[in-house]
Unconditional design. Sequence first.
Length: 124
Amino acid sequence: MTTLEKAEAVISKAWAELRASQAKRPAGTRFWQGFSTHDEVPEADSHVRERSGPDRPRWKDMMPSLPDRLACQMEVHEYEGPKGRGFRLIVLARQDGKLWRYTLQDGPESRDDEGRWVEAVTPP
């Protein structure tokens, strides 16, 4: 199984859990935002780093099926666009020497690259 396939297997289950967790937040409050799971995009399975405070849910609180080790980097961001508010899961993974990005979002805005791997171009 390739790195991207491994990441997709994790994403499919975790995404449903994240959406359910976000739906439980009190009306009018901000969406949970997940700090990056890793300082850098890992080359292989690496421990998920939890950066949270006493009042801040952890990754496992929001996505219980998330493994303790990932071969990708994940972040969750809230956004507010012309059509309203939502949140976005951004996943970065390395395969064959290239950096790849996979994005899913829940909200009124849409992206052309949502739900598929696209090569992430890094600045020189």
